[in-house]
Design a binder for this molecule. Structure first.
Ligand code: ADP
Ligand code: MG
Length: 249
């Protein structure tokens, strides 16, 4: 077989086997192998390793994209010295994701700008990096979707899908009050994930005020009961990080 024919066929085989990285790198790797006197086995190892690394990266990136984070922030970027009340060791431990296996929930409660969304996203990023499924919603968006699913008769399948993801993040609960119907749909979602999958909630409202969010003390108590049963609540106080430079800390 002529060299050019062989190259064409290799490209074709790589396409069939879905190994684009092998196709891209096999010639350069072959030159390197000759120079460094690699064994055949080492050459194959290096080709496959390139492909695997690229695919892993792609799958993590896809998970991060699908999560719908409002911004990308990591735990490493969080300045714990600015929030000394937050137990940094506990947060870092949560970054190891043991809470997911135990289907525990995390609640970040506090005023605007103290890093609630940052922490929720950062833990969500760890989940995606572990190739697990994470979805981020504002409470408003989630309620909108729940209502849309309900109206079109697709609530059971929607709840089924939401029940299966590894981590559900619900941001900014409490900025908007809910109708009774929305509060009940929200309860159904929380009940669906209860002891099946973790939820992270961020809210500017203390638990005593949740009756106002859901316009009903009984529904609020039922939701809190399930969220808090196996959970880590964090009450964050202090200054807004957004005002850090303005206040001259
Ligand atoms: P919240 O959700 O509590 O209103 P955010 O998480 O959106 O606040 O934080 C506001 C901005 O300040 C974000 O850009 C976030 O990354 C940043 N931020 C907040 N707290 C910290 C912190 N302790 N260290 C680093 N950045 C922070
Ligand atoms: Mg926020």
């Amino acid at each position: 077989m002529k060299k050019t024919d062989m190259q064409g066929t290799i490209t074709q085989y790589c396409k069939i086997l879905r190994l684009p990285q092998v196709d891209l790198s096999y010639e350069d790797e072959a030159i390197k192998a000759t120079k460094t006197k690699m064994s055949y086995q080492e050459y194959l190892y290096s080709l496959l390793q390139h492909q695997v690394l690229i695919r892993t990266d792609n799958s993590i990136n896809a998970k991060i994209k699908k999560a719908g984070f409002p911004f990308i922030k990591t735990l490493e970027e969080f300045d714990f010295s600015f929030q000394p009340k937050i137990d940094d060791k506990l947060i870092c431990e949560l970054g190891n994701l043991n809470f997911l296996a135990k289907t525990e929930n995390l609640l970040f409660i506090g005023p605007p700008g103290v890093g609630k969304t940052h922490l929720a996203v950062a833990i969500g990023m760890k989940v995606a990096q572990n190739r697990k499924r994470v979805l981020f919603f504002t409470a408003e968006k989630l309620i909108e979707q729940l209502n849309a699913a309900d109206v079109s008769g697709k609530l059971p399948s929607y709840l089924e899908i939401m029940g299966r993801i590894d981590l559900l993040i619900i941001d900014e609960l409490g900025y908007l009050k809910m109708t009774r119907q929305s509060a009940e749909l929200f309860f159904k979602l929380v009940a669906k994930r209860y002891e099946k999958g973790s939820i992270i909630v961020t809210s500017n409202k203390a638990f005593e005020q949740w009756g106002e969010i859901f316009m009903d003390d009984i529904v609020a108590a039922a939701i809190l009961d399930r969220l808090l049963h196996h959970s880590y609540p964090f009450f964050i106080q202090g200054k807004s990080f957004r005002m850090k430079n303005i206040t001259g800390k």
